[in-house]
Design a protein around this ligand. Structure first.
Ligand code: FES
Length: 186
């Protein structure tokens, strides 16, 4: 007799895994729970909307450098065009026998920086050849309008305060305050 069983009994098939039981069956939610869930979702929606609305009321602010600067004592300027602030502020300070104005050194054609040519008594733009008088009026080239002047004040200290955020270039307006400061002191 052999040790081998001629009619081996097959191993029984593994029992199928029991299905996972959901923690809470929909049928387990009461009507009250369902209503509460709805209210919670609605509240979340309104909270998100309110947050978005509040964000809209406080837009991003771009902090740019101030357009206002102190150009120093008026008494420190000679008659004529000063290029002292050209590189730093892009402004010429112009002193006439009766006062001051501050000209924004930006060509009104495409925005290049003109140069002051004292021997020719004019501003000349190196880009496309626009020429301007000492007052800023166009006398040659494609520039469509006069140069802009910036607001200028005389502080109690005697300093000139220039504000490039406020500009004017219309004859009749640009020659008066706040775009011209009367000044006849030495
Ligand atoms: S930008 Fe000055 S003439 Fe064109």
């Amino acid at each position: 007799m052999s040790d081998t069983d001629p009619n081996p009994v097959p191993n029984p098939a593994p029992a199928p895994a029991a299905p996972l039981k959901p923690a809470v069956k929909p049928a387990d939610m009461s009507r009250g729970d369902f209503l509460w869930a709805g209210w919670a979702m609605l509240a979340a929606f309104f909270a998100a909307s309110a947050a978005a609305g509040a964000r809209f009321m406080f837009p991003n602010v771009i902090y740019e450098p101030s357009q206002k600067f102190n150009a120093g004592p008026a008494s420190g300027y000679d008659l004529g065009v000063s290029t002292k602030w050209l590189n730093e502020q892009r402004v010429w300070i112009v002193r006439t026998p009766s006062g001051f104005y501050a000209m924004w050194a930006r060509c009104t054609h495409l925005g290049c920086t003109p140069n002051w040519w004292g021997d020719q008594n004019r501003f000349k733009c190196p880009c496309h050849g626009s020429n301007y008088t000492l007052a800023g009026d166009v006398i040659a080239g494609p520039a469509p309008m006069p140069l802009w002047r910036a607001k200028v004040d005389l502080a109690p200290t005697g300093d000139l305060i220039v504000d490039k955020a406020i500009l004017e270039n219309k004859p009749g307006k640009r020659e008066n305050a706040p775009f011209f400061v009367n000044y006849t002191s030495a």
